[in-house]
Design a protein around this ligand. Structure first.
Ligand SMILES: [Zn+2]
Length: 317
């Protein structure tokens, strides 16, 4: 007979409903529900390029929150759950270990790795030029890994933007024409910036760029500068006393007047070198995130303020 549901069945039903509600509540407004149909990018330059290309046609989010240091990003379980539901996840393999690891959970069909397009040809050894280090120091610097900071070279950044644009157009044919147009406009702005950097850094009293973390290797290579990082490619790699001494000697020998520090990293190392050599400290922003402390509201503004800082610090005319 159609008796009232047993106590056990009711309990089960209540539990199921509670679970469903909890799941829904958890999802509303979080990465879980908003991830559906969105593009998730791993850090600011990929977010910015993707936003320029989609022009608002798709929601674009970023895993590295503004002001957070991207190299040692940690992901929460809901970040990874969001990545599994996104329309597309855009990242650069080899930059953020937590993101690389999370890719095991994401369908390969909804992933775009831009590392190849970025042509990550520099390693810590090449960009720091510490050819005389001992083997142990070499290993401590993790020389096997490529320098990820491709966006500081507008030409590499443009190559990455083209790959993102092509992928979005292929995945979303209804908007393909708009994505292609936006990509071309973004690349044109990067080409203009490239020209400004080339002209602005063509004639400088010094070509030696001493930075706190060695993020500017591609920029230095593109525009004929020589970068010496006080720390390595990852800013939390503390230099040895001998390494600091080596940099200080270089600063004195080359008559370097400005040490560049960056926005997201403690300035003490740059100040130590500056203090021992009489050089002053100026800020160079690796554009790994935009905050109220950034010298500009987006990539282009910050890069132009970097150009001004370089011209002043290196004595460019
Ligand atoms: Zn960096």
């Amino acid at each position: 007979m159609p008796a009232a549901p047993s106590r056990r069945a009711v309990t089960a039903l209540v539990t199921a409903t509670a679970l469903a509600l909890a799941t829904a509540a958890c999802g509303s407004g979080s990465t879980l529900s908003s991830a559906e149909g969105s593009v998730i990018t791993s850090f600011y330059p990929l977010q910015f390029a993707t936003q320029q290309i989609t022009g608002g046609a798709l929601p674009v989010t970023v895993l590295t929150k503004p002001g957070a240091e991207p190299h040692d990003l940690e992901l929460a379980p809901q970040d990874i759950a969001g990545m599994t539901r996104a329309k597309l996840v855009v990242y650069a393999d080899g930059f953020q270990p937590a993101v690389d690891d999370a890719m095991a959970e994401v369908q390969p069909a909804s992933v775009l790795d831009v590392a190849d397009a970025a042509q990550l040809t520099l390693t810590a050894a090449e960009e720091e030029g510490h050819a005389d280090e001992s083997t142990a120091e070499h290993e401590a610097h993790d020389h096997g890994s490529a320098d990820p900071h491709f966006w500081l070279d507008p030409q590499r950044y443009a190559a990455v933007a083209k790959v993102i644009g092509a992928r979005l157009a292929a995945d979303d044919p209804a908007h393909a024409a708009a994505y292609e147009k936006n990509t071309a406009a973004f690349v044109a702005r990067l080409t203009t910036l490239d020209g400004e950097l080339r002209t602005g850094l063509a004639s400088c009293r010094s070509k030696v760029l001493v930075t706190s973390h060695a993020a500017f290797g591609y920029l230095a290579q593109r525009y004929g500068l020589e970068q010496h990082g006080i720390t390595g490619i990852s800013p939390d790699a503390e230099p040895s006393a001998a390494g600091l001494q080596q940099i200080s000697d270089l600063v004195r020998k080359e008559g370097i007047t400005t040490i560049f520090q960056e926005t997201l990293v403690e300035p003490h190392l740059a100040e130590t070198v500056a203090g021992s050599t009489g050089a002053t400290v100026a800020t160079l922003d690796p554009v790994e995130g935009i905050t109220s402390a950034s010298a500009g509201t987006d990539y282009f503004e910050v890069m132009r303020s970097n150009l001004s800082a370089l011209q002043k610090g290196l004595g460019c005319s």
